[in-house]
Design a protein around this ligand. Structure first.
Ligand SMILES: *[C@@H]1O[C@H](CO)[C@@H](O)[C@H](O)[C@H]1NC(C)=O
Ligand SMILES: *[C@@H]1O[C@H](CO)[C@@H](O)[C@H](O)[C@H]1NC(C)=O
Ligand SMILES: *[C@@H]1O[C@H](CO)[C@@H](O)[C@H](O)[C@H]1NC(C)=O
Ligand SMILES: *[C@@H]1O[C@H](CO)[C@@H](O)[C@H](O)[C@H]1NC(C)=O
Ligand SMILES: *[C@@H]1O[C@H](CO)[C@@H](O)[C@H](O)[C@H]1NC(C)=O
Length: 474
C-alpha cells in the first residue's frame, strides 16, 4: 500500500523534473520583452526559463532588475540598447563608457551574470524610420566596443546590431540575386566588416508570418516547414520554405559585400496567436514544430550548414506594444502575459505534443471584471468603446481573432475589461460615464478569455522611481 502511495506522490514531481531537464535544441534561445501594463517579475521569468531548460536570452534594454535576476545562472544574456539611446552614445566615447559602467559592469565584474552580447539598436535601418538611425548606429557600435575593451571584457562580450531582414533584398526573389539594400549599402559595409573582424555575429530577424500577412498571394505552405507546396530552384539549391530562401539571400549578400564567413544568428523568429486571421494557436504550433525539428537536424539551409543560433520571438505576450505594424504585435508570446503556455511546443525539437512548464508564483489580482451594464444607454457606447480600445487593448476583437464572435454587448464589455485590468482594477477605470459595472462572474466565452491582471512589482518600482522608464521600452 505505501509503495503505491509513494508512486502516486512522486510521479508528478518526477514528471516535472524530467520535463525541466528536457534538453532544448542547442542554440535555441528566446526574446524577452516587457512592454506590458503588468510585466511579470524578473525572478519569476528567470525561473520559467530555467524550468524549461532555456539557456539563451535576448533582452531589449539593460533594466537592472531584469539583468540581476540572471545572477548565478549560466543563461547566456544578450542585452539591447534601444534606438532612442543611440544618439547620445554615438556622440561621445565617454557616454558609452558611462553606459557600460552603470548598466553592465556591476553584473559582469564578479562574473555573476553571463552577458555575452550587446545589441546596439533594434532594427535601426527599418525603412519606416526614414534613415533616422543610419548615421549613428555604427559609431555607437564602435564606442560601445571600445568601452567593453577598456573594461577588459573584449574577449567575452561581443557587439552586434539586431537587423530586420529588409536590410537585404533580391529583385528576382532568388537568393542568388540577394544584395544589401542600395540606400544603406555603404552603411552596411563597415558594419559587416566590424562583425567579421570582431568575430561577432550578424543578427537578423526573419518573419515568415509577416510575408503571409502582408501579401494575400503568398503561398501559405511556404511560410511553414512541411515541405509541401512548390519548390524554387536557384543554382542547384532547392527552396521549399521562406526561411531558407531568406537566410540564403543574406548569405549571398554577405558574399557579395566581401565577408562570406560572418556568423549568422537569427535574432527573432516566431508566430503570433491572435490579432489576425492567420495568427492562431494551430499555425503557431505548426510553425514551431517544423522550425524546431529543422533546427534539431542541424542541416541549416542549402547554403549555410550547421547550427544556426536562434532567438524565438517571443517568450511572453506584451499588451502595450505598438500596434502600428498590426494587431498581432501583442500576441507573439509562447507564454501569455501571466506566464501560462498558450500552445503545445516541444523545445527539444522532437515534435511531441508537449506543454511547457508554466511560470510559478504568479499572483493574480482579484477575481473581478468590468462589463457593460445591462440597461446602459446605447447612444454613448461608441465614444467609451473608442476610449477603452485606444487606451487599453482590443486586438482580440478583430476579424478571425479569438473574441471575434462576441455580440455587441460582449464586445463593449471586453474593451471595458481590458482597460480596467490594465489599470490595476481601479474603480475609476470601470466607470465609462456610468455605463460600466464590476462583476465577479467570469464573462469569458469559448475561446475568448476576459483576463484578470497579475500583480506586478514592475508597477510599484516604476511608481517609486518616478522616472520615465518608458524611455527604455520599445
Ligand atoms: C544606463 O546608463 C545610462 C548612462 O549612464 C543611464 O542614464 C541609464 O539610466 C542606465 N540604465 C538603463 C536601463 O539604460
Ligand atoms: C517618416 O516619414 C513619414 C512620411 O514623411 C512620416 O509619416 C513618418 O512619421 C516618419 N517617421 C519617422 C520615424 O520619422
Ligand atoms: C572563408 O572561409 C574559408 C574556409 O575556411 C576560407 O577558405 C576563405 O578564405 C574565407 N574567406 C574570407 C574572405 O575570409
Ligand atoms: C467588435 O469590436 C471590433 C473592434 O472594434 C469590431 O471590429 C467588431 O466589428 C465589433 N463587433 C461587433 C459585433 O460589434
Ligand atoms: C476554439 O479554438 C479551437 C482551437 O483553435 C478551435 O478548434 C475551435 O473551433 C474554437 N472554438 C470557437 C467557438 O471558435
Amino acid at each position: 500500500m505505501w509503495v503505491f502511495y509513494l508512486i502516486l506522490v512522486l510521479a508528478p514531481c518526477y514528471l516535472q523534473w524530467s520535463q525541466g531537464e528536457s534538453v532544448v535544441v542547442p542554440g535555441i534561445g528566446v526574446n524577452w520583452g516587457s512592454v506590458s501594463s503588468q510585466p511579470l517579475d524578473p525572478p519569476i521569468v528567470v525561473n520559467l526559463l530555467k524550468d524549461n531548460g532555456i539557456k539563451m536570452v535576448k533582452l531589449f534594454d539593460s533594466d537592472p532588475w531584469t539583468i540581476s535576476a540572471f545572477s548565478g545562472t549560466d543563461i547566456e544574456v544578450m542585452v539591447g540598447i534601444p534606438n532612442d539611446q543611440l544618439k547620445k552614445l554615438s556622440k561621445d566615447k565617454d557616454n558609452a563608457e558611462d553606459w557600460f559602467k552603470h548598466n553592465i559592469s556591476k553584473h559582469v565584474n564578479d562574473g555573476r551574470v553571463n552577458i555575452r552580447y550587446v545589441s546596439v539598436g533594434n532594427e535601426p535601418f527599418l525603412k519606416s524610420y526614414n534613415g533616422s538611425f543610419n548615421k549613428i548606429t555604427y559609431p555607437t557600435m564602435q564606442n560601445v566596443q571600445r568601452a567593453i575593451d577598456k573594461a577588459g571584457f573584449g574577449g567575452k562580450i561581443k557587439v552586434t546590431t539586431a537587423l530586420n531582414a529588409d536590410v537585404y533584398e533580391s529583385h528576382s526573389n532568388k537568393p542568388s540575386d540577394g544584395r544589401f539594400r542600395g540606400d544603406i549599402y555603404d552603411i552596411m559595409k563597415p558594419i559587416v566588416q566590424f562583425l567579421d573582424e570582431k568575430k561577432s555575429q550578424f543578427l537578423v530577424n526573419i518573419y515568415p508570418f509577416l510575408s503571409l500577412y502582408q501579401n494575400e498571394n503568398f503561398p501559405e505552405d511556404y511560410a511553414f516547414f512541411d515541405g509541401h507546396g512548390k519548390t524554387t530552384d536557384d543554382k542547384n539549391a532547392h527552396y521549399n520554405n521562406m526561411f531558407d530562401a531568406n537566410l540564403d539571400t543574406l548569405v549571398w549578400s554577405l558574399k557579395k559585400i566581401g565577408h562570406p564567413n560572418v556568423t549568422i544568428t537569427v535574432g527573432e523568429i516566431g508566430w503570433p496567436t491572435d490579432g489576425d486571421k492567420s495568427a492562431n494557436v494551430k499555425n503557431a504550433e505548426r510553425f514551431y514544430r517544423g522550425f524546431l525539428k529543422k533546427m534539431k537536424s542541424k542541416k541549416g539551409t542549402p547554403l549555410y550548414s550547421g547550427i544556426i543560433n536562434t532567438y524565438l520571438f517571443s517568450l511572453l505576450d506584451e499588451n502595450t506594444k505598438s500596434i502600428a505594424p498590426g494587431d498581432f504585435e501583442r500576441h507573439w508570446g509562447i507564454f501569455g502575459y501571466d506566464g501560462k503556455p498558450k500552445f503545445h511546443i516541444d523545445f527539444s525539437g522532437e515534435g511531441q505534443e508537449k506543454t511547457p512548464i508554466a511560470a510559478k508564483g504568479v499572483r493574480y489580482q482579484e477575481h473581478k471584471w468590468c462589463v457593460l451594464k445591462k440597461d446602459a444607454d446605447n447612444s454613448k457606447l461608441s465614444d467609451s468603446m473608442g476610449y477603452a480600445c485606444t487606451n487599453g487593448d482590443c486586438t482580440s476583437l478583430g476579424y478571425g481573432c479569438s473574441c471575434a464572435n462576441l455580440d455587441k454587448t460582449g464586445n463593449v464589455s471586453y474593451a471595458f475589461n481590458q482597460y480596467f485590468q490594465m489599470n490595476d482594477q481601479s474603480v475609476d477605470a470601470c466607470d465609462f460615464e456610468g455605463l460600466a459595472t464590476i462583476v465577479t462572474n467570469d464573462p469569458s466565452e469559448d475561446n475568448c478569455t476576459f483576463p484578470i491582471a497579475i500583480e506586478s512589482g514592475g508597477n510599484i518600482l516604476r511608481a517609486m522611481q518616478n522616472v520615465g522608464e518608458s524611455n527604455y521600452r520599445r
